[in-house]
Design a protein around this ligand. Structure first.
Ligand SMILES: Nc1ncnc2c1ncn2[C@@H]1O[C@H](COP(=O)(O)OP(=O)(O)OP(=O)(O)O)[C@@H](O)[C@H]1O
Length: 296
């Protein structure tokens, strides 16, 4: 479990993180979302003691990072900056990490295999693509078999196949009971990966909720109806107390109501309709609404 309590970070006049409090629980993937510059990386660096908070605190399984005994066995992290020595091979890099942290050689083989680098582990990392670099970073994060994982934008540089692979890996790690925090600015990816969301903008908490609740609360679902008699349909829906809007191409949108109720109303009032469809807004739309349209 990761507990963030009143966390703040100022860089000169810039407030990067502003009185942030949330808890990341084990057993599920928590997505850490926010537009560029929202403060995600700064928050993650403070979790790992790489940046000193201006205020507040972070606890990982009840302790400060710096007080953790053999931290690589407690917390695995993939941060945005790559920190491998280009002249070394992936295997050498992991062996060095393992040795300096009292981790056995068997784990090096296991994680190379787990991240799909078993056949390229002997190659120098200098020639690695961004995606391979991300896989190596993940291998390093997993090396100590830690119960807590912090992954900052892990899909960066991965090809579509790699993204699907990562999604399964991350969900599997959470299903094993680990605490998994994954930052991203890709809403659609988070919708498929995370069950819980922590959303921030300008360093402040905007939402701490499940993906489903987030979409329901901030995006709002509606029913789309195509009809040759829009005025008549509007009148029927409005007199039933339903809020009506207009979508693209003259489609009527009924808000705060299910498709079943709309179907009953049009049948009872003899309105001809060509199409009725329930539409659930995407996580992307919910995010845009919540952050006031800031691009990610
Ligand atoms: N070392 C630093 N010195 C000065 N300002 C910084 C520093 N690190 C971050 N910032 C500023 O703090 C704010 C938050 O940045 P941060 O990188 O944490 O955001 P982010 O949500 O991770 O964004 P991105 O997705 O672009 O990485 C930004 O305004 C950034 O310019």
């Amino acid at each position: 479990m990761i507990e963030v309590d009143g966390l703040s970070k100022r860089y000169g006049g810039t407030v990067a993180v502003d009185d942030l409090s949330f808890t990341v629980r084990p057993g599920r993937v928590t997505g850490f979302l926010g537009p560029n510059g929202a403060g995600k990386s700064t928050t993650m660096r403070m979790m790992l003691d790489l940046d000193r908070p201006s205020g507040g605190r972070v606890r990982i399984d009840g302790r400060r990072y710096r007080d953790l005994d053999r931290p690589l066995l407690r917390v695995g992290a993939l941060l945005e900056a790559r920190s491998t020595h280009g002249g070394r091979s992936a295997r050498q890099h992991l062996r060095w990490l393992a040795r300096t942290n009292g981790i056995g050689e068997a784990r090096v083989r296991a994680v190379l295999d787990q991240v799909g680098l078993a056949d390229t582990g002997h190659r120098r990392t200098k020639g690695f693509s961004l995606g391979m670099g991300q896989r190596l970073g993940l291998a390093a994060a997993l090396l100590g078999d830690p119960p807590v994982l912090l992954l900052d934008e892990p899909v960066n540089g991965l090809d579509p196949e790699g993204i699907v692979w990562l999604r399964a890996l991350v969900r599997g790690l959470a299903a094993e009971g680990r605490t998994v925090l994954v930052s991203s600015h890709l809403m659609s990816e988070m919708a498929l990966t995370a069950e819980h969301l922590v959303v921030i903008a300008h360093g402040r908490l905007l939402a701490d909720t499940t993906v489903d609740e987030f979409v329901a609360e901030y995006a709002g679902s509606h029913v789309r109806i195509t009809t040759p008699s829009p005025e008549r349909l509007r009148a029927v829906l409005t007199s039933a107390g339903i809020r009506v809007g207009e979508g693209d191409g003259g489609v009527i949108e009924a808000h705060g109501v299910g498709a079943d109720r709309v179907g009953e109303l049009v049948a009872a009032n003899g309105v001809v309709v060509h199409e009725i469809g329930a539409r659930t807004a995407s996580l992307e739309e919910a995010f845009m609404r919540l952050t006031g349209g800031e691009r990610t």
